[in-house]
Design a protein around this ligand. Structure first.
Ligand SMILES: Cc1ncc(COP(=O)(O)O)c(C=O)c1O
Length: 368
């Protein structure tokens, strides 16, 4: 009898549920025989503005050196981040998307016999990264769809090495206020790494941005992660980063692949970081789009979870069915049943035209 080679992988690896990404435009176009340009994808929290001309120019310039390996230390990008945020370069870890950086935390600090705490409805990579290391997950019930920080604190046991906090969280869009987060951080034992995942930080109004970078000095167990995939518009290039106390950053860098961030991504991210106007516009247009979707949802008599990101979870009832009906109308959103939200659809804020097309398709799908 043929051996099932899958059995050779550790049981905790076999138990991993595959990550379900947003459906690619090309796939739906193939399935429905549609032209790609007619499809609206609001399924992966990407930036509908694309990228700015300065970033494009940096990518073009970097193409000339594509035959060479990238700078494995990411000097230019780290220097740019260091200047912008006042963080030592030894406290910066670069990743192939912030996803990679989250994996580096798991690699560095988790393993069999260890545990990680995270919230119900929290970003899918936390269970994935925890489980892939053979560590135990301690899942804390959400409060009003958001992180219940007091209960998360109480859930820490002697095997807990990592706490994952998404702020704002995906897919719910919920936010822990800066004072709540700081008071939580002060109460977490120093031997536990607290990851504050700020993938959507640039979409927050200034008064709701926590001063996480300042907190690093007082809390050596804090790891702040951010990305160029959202407000900077570089999801396809894959580049993110972490700020952490130098010894923590050092151990994360040791488990990193030597060339984990490619040269186009490094060049593009450094240029995008300087394009403050692009990010400011992304922020402003996202706010307008959010209101457009909320107004539309209200007209349709739908509830939603108030969101601080570039997406919103709308309560549509039989979400899987509505998702399929939207697909037939050339609109891709994200069902979030896998996040224990079977009645919600997560919708990325698009351009005004994309949002309008989505709302019209949603109205028709709800009536069908
Ligand atoms: C909360 C959160 N963290 C991290 C990521 C990872 O993004 P990336 O790997 O593109 O930086 C995402 C992406 O959707 C996210 O929603």
């Amino acid at each position: 009898m043929k051996m099932d080679l899958c059995e050779l992988s550790p049981s905790y690896v076999r138990a991993i549920a595959p990550y379900q990404p947003g459906k690619p435009i090309s796939e739906l176009a193939r399935e429905l025989g549609l032209k790609e340009e007619t499809i609206v994808k609001l399924a992966s929290n990407e930036n509908p503005r694309g990228i700015g001309p300065r970033t494009r120019a940096a990518i073009d310039a970097a193409l000339g050196e594509i035959a060479r390996y990238p700078d494995g230390n990411g000097y230019e990008l780290k220097a740019a981040l260091s200047r912008r945020y006042g963080v030592e370069m030894s406290s910066i870890v670069l990743g192939n998307g912030s996803n990679d950086v989250l994996e580096l935390v798991a690699h560095a600090f988790l393993g069999p016999g260890r545990a990680a705490v995270y919230s119900q409805h929290a970003f899918a990579v936390y269970p994935l990264a925890t489980q892939a290391r053979g560590a135990r997950s301690i899942v804390v019930p959400a409060k009003n769809y958001g992180h219940d920080l007091d209960t998360m604190l109480a859930a820490i046991d002697e095997e807990t090495y990592v706490i994952w906090v998404a702020n704002p969280n995906n897919p719910t869009g919920t936010l822990a206020r800066p004072d709540e987060l700081e008071s939580f951080l002060k109460r977490v034992p120093e031997r536990v790494i607290v990851v504050v995942d700020e993938a959507y930080n640039e979409y927050l109004p200034p008064e709701l941005k926590a001063e996480t970078v300042k907190w690093l000095r007082r809390h050596p167990n804090l790891v702040v992660t951010r990305t160029f995939s959202k407000a900077y518009g570089l999801a396809g290039l894959r580049v993110g980063y972490a700020f952490a106390d130098a010894p923590v950053a050092d151990v994360m860098n040791r488990v990193r692949q030597p060339f984990n961030v490619n040269s186009l991504a490094l060049a593009a991210a450094a240029a995008a970081l300087d394009d403050m106007e692009f990010v400011a516009r992304s922020y402003a247009e996202n706010g307008q789009g959010m209101r457009q979707i909320e107004d539309g949802a209200q007209r349709l008599g739908l509830d939603w979870i108030p969101s601080y990101g570039n997406f919103i979870a709308l309560r549509v009832g039989r979400a899987k069915q509505i998702y399929k009906r939207l697909l037939k109308r050339g609109v891709i959103v994200r069902p979030v049943g896998g996040y224990q939200l079977p009645e919600h659809l997560r919708v990325t804020i698009g351009t005004p035209e994309e949002n309008e097309k989505f709302l019209a398709a949603l109205a028709a799908s709800l009536k069908e």
